[in-house]
Each structure stands twice: as C-alpha cells, then as structure tokens.
Ligand binder design. Structure first.
Ligand SMILES: [Zn+2]
Length: 135
C-alpha cells in the first residue's frame, strides 16, 4: 500500500520533470522561430496573412498596393490591398459575406469566407500563434 503510493509519486514526478523539459524545449523553439520570422517580416502589424483551410497561403504588406487572387478548390476570392487596407473585391461564393466585410486595417479586422474556407487576418506576433501551432 505504502509502496504503491511511493511508486505513483515517483512516476508522477519523473513524468512531470520530463514534461517540463519538453514544454520548455517547444516553447523556446517556437519563440526562436517566431522571433526569426518577425525579423524577416519587420513591422509586424502591417501585414495580412491569408489562410485557406487553415493553411498559410501568403503574407502581404498592407502598404504595398496589389491584388491577390486566392484560389481554392471551392472557388476564388480576389483580395485587394490599397491605401493601407485589405478587402475582398470579388468572390464567387454563394453568400458574398466576405465581399461585404469591413476592410482590414493595421489596427484590426478579419475577413472570413466560409464557403471557400478562406481567412484573411492581420498577421500577429502574439502568443496566440504558439497556441495555434501546439493545438
Ligand atoms: Zn465569400
């Protein structure tokens, strides 16, 4: 009885030690990657990220005027960046919700096209990115 309790505690603390080590390793690794990425994309807040099916398709500066065609298996969206804003100009989805969504600015915003599973949002350097990776 006492031996069992002792074993349990031993095993728990052993596991705990390892989990802590692994967690620290992952956190430091991710922090390093994110730090290097943010070095590459300086001025973090001025960028939008395009996700299709949760997969990153591209990162674009809000300060470079351009049009980006987002092609998915389900249809296309035309993302327009101009005057520090990003918005969907055209889409062949059923509900056109994305076309009518408010433009994304450096201060915030997000455009979601559910039928095409497209998400356009500000690229953030927040810790939520770590959550997204570990989940
Ligand atoms: Zn749409």
């Amino acid at each position: 009885m006492f031996e069992n309790v002792f074993d349990m505690n031993e095993r728990k603390s052993f596991l705990k030690k390892h989990i802590t080590g692994i967690t620290i390793g992952i956190v430091f690794g991710l922090a390093l990657v994110i730090y290097l990425l943010s070095m590459l994309f300086t001025g973090d807040t001025g960028y939008v990220i395009v996700l299709v099916d949760g997969q990153e398709q591209g990162i674009y500066s809000l300060h470079e005027d351009r049009e980006i065609r987002i092609e998915t298996d389900r249809g296309d969206n035309l993302l327009v960046i101009g005057s520090g804003q990003a918005y969907i100009k055209e889409a062949d989805c059923d509900n056109q919700v994305c076309v009518h969504t408010q433009p994304i600015k450096a201060t915030g915003g997000q455009i979601i096209c559910l039928p095409h599973r497209v998400v356009v949002r500000l690229k953030s350097k927040e810790k939520s990115e770590i959550d997204a990776v570990t989940n």
